[in-house]
Design a protein around this ligand. Structure first.
Ligand code: FUL
Length: 472
């Protein structure tokens, strides 16, 4: 009797184990909102803008900072035209100069001639962002070449206090950016940062902000400054044993993530529209073209990462006409490319073996235009191995050259291998073979003409969940 009961219990347990989803790392609500932000601008602005340097020495006098015509509304208009959803600014770069009148430094806008020392760039930009419906974030360089306490344990207090000023004084932040640079050299100052303390501060004061660094915890550097990520891009990363900067994970790992990584730390791709991060007049002819920007977008956002594109304001405190023109044209390219979705509200078909001549047509959440809804893909048991597939019917033959796929991320990143085929002359022809999808995968190919498109997932960490399919 007892043995029977035990057996029964075992069977039920096995059954239940088969049904529950595996314990995949999942994004926090703040990270999900961050994924939706997709593309934002970066503004490198400070003394370097005026001294023509990339890494200021920290010894520059405050009077070098004197923009003649600062206009943060113009920055925001440029961002909006490009299709960006937010901005991040260098509140403090390595030279230590604070773009706001910090109470914990004497190297700030307050000591500069700009607006007779009464200006605050962060105030102006954060308010402009609210007017334009853009999210706002800050870069606060841990490395500081100016602060007298840098290199001592007291600097951690200074950093925590300046960070608190940013976290409490400028409304809601969507991202806090920590770069890993430190150019002190062998005999330079060595700072042991209390990152754990800084992370706790952000979590407490701005729970919706995501922290960027080589190892997150919110999102990770993509391992290069070209603005691209690998085609296989996992949002998961193993961070045990790694630090920031020189002790960070290898570039190749940052490019791909770890396929079975323990933490949800998705990639953010950073790149500048010009060769340098700060404005240099001699680079006015080297602004990336709209086509180059589109290429970068497809290799970042189009591979499930976020893109932070740097556009440095000039000495007036405005974005140079060349950059703003290229960005507006890039925005227009995006708009045309993604304006008419051929899949919108089209039906899906399922062919049942028993009645192959009467395919069942149905509407689906897959193409309802709402990424918050999703559908688990149909498991095709007629094919060997776990194969999941769905067939989209465009109603008639249509020409297209782009397909956008989105995975439903609240349940973790699952898809590891997929294919897209089109029906031609009674046969399925391979159009695209890929690995990961994540937040968004943009597939581009030479234009094809077809009516039916078949999506197949051949390898997944758990039952694949797709939230959107779009065809352009
Ligand atoms: C790096 C810095 O050293 C560069 O100056 C720039 O700010 C880049 C985005 O991050 O760590």
């Amino acid at each position: 009797m007892r043995i029977h009961f035990l057996l029964l219990w075992l069977l039920v347990a096995i059954q239940l184990a088969g049904q529950t989803t595996p314990d995949l790392p999942k994004p926090s609500p703040a990270q999900l909102r961050w994924h939706e932000t997709e593309f934002y601008l970066f503004f490198h602005f400070g003394p370097n803008t005026f001294t023509n340097l990339e890494w200021g020495h920290g010894t520059e006098t405050e009077d070098v900072f004197n923009p003649t015509d600062l206009d943060c509304d113009q920055w925001c208009r440029v961002a909006k035209q490009a299709g960006a959803r937010g901005v991040v600014i260098t509140a403090k770069h390595h030279d230590g100069f604070c773009l706001w009148p910090s109470g914990y430094s004497t190297h700030t806008v307050r000591e500069s001639p700009w607006k007779d020392g009464r200006g605050d760039v962060l105030r102006e930009l954060s308010e402009a962002c609210r007017r334009h419906g853009l999210k706002f974030g800050v870069y606060l360089s841990p490395w500081d070449r100016n602060h007298p306490q840098y290199g001592t344990p007291e600097y951690n207090d200074v950093y925590a206090k300046t960070l608190t000023e940013l976290l409490t004084g400028y409304g809601e932040l969507f991202e806090v950016w920590w770069d890993g640079a430190n150019g002190e050299g062998p005999n330079g100052k060595k700072q042991v940062y209390d990152f754990h303390r800084f992370e706790k501060l952000v979590a407490r004061l701005q729970p919706d902000a995501v922290i960027f660094s080589d190892i997150g915890p919110g999102c990770r550097w993509a391992g290069n400054e070209r603005g691209t990520v690998n085609e296989t891009n996992w949002c998961t990363l193993d961070t045990a044993g790694f630090g920031r900067g020189a002790t960070g994970p290898p570039a190749d790992t940052l490019q791909r993530g770890n396929s079975y990584g323990a933490n949800w730390i998705p990639a953010e791709c950073d790149v500048s529209i010009r060769p340098g991060w700060f404005y240099h007049p001699e680079e006015d002819e080297q602004v990336k073209t709209p086509e180059q920007l589109l290429e970068i977008y497809l290799k970042s956002v189009g591979r499930g990462a976020n893109l932070i594109l740097n556009v440095p304001p000039d000495r007036r405190g405005r974005i140079h006409a060349r950059d703003s023109l290229h960005l507006a044209e890039f925005g227009a390219l995006l708009h045309t490319r993604f304006s008419s979705n051929l899949a919108k509200d089209k039906k899906w078909i399922r062919l049942f073996r028993a009645c192959a001549f009467t395919p069942r047509k149905y509407r689906s959440d897959l193409n309802d235009g709402d990424p918050a809804t999703y559908q688990p893909l149909h498991q095709d048991v007629a094919v060997s191995g776990p194969v999941y597939r769905e067939v989209l019917d465009l109603g008639r033959k249509r020409r297209f050259q782009t397909i956008v796929l989105q995975e439903y991320l609240p349940e973790g990143q699952r898809i590891a291998a997929f294919t897209v085929e089109v029906r031609e002359k009674g046969e399925w022809q391979m159009l695209f073979q890929g690995t990961t999808i994540g937040h968004k995968r943009i597939l581009t190919f030479p234009e094809v003409r077809a009516r039916r498109i078949r999506f197949t997932v051949k390898e997944a960490r758990a039952h694949p969940l797709i939230s959107e399919v779009a065809v352009y």
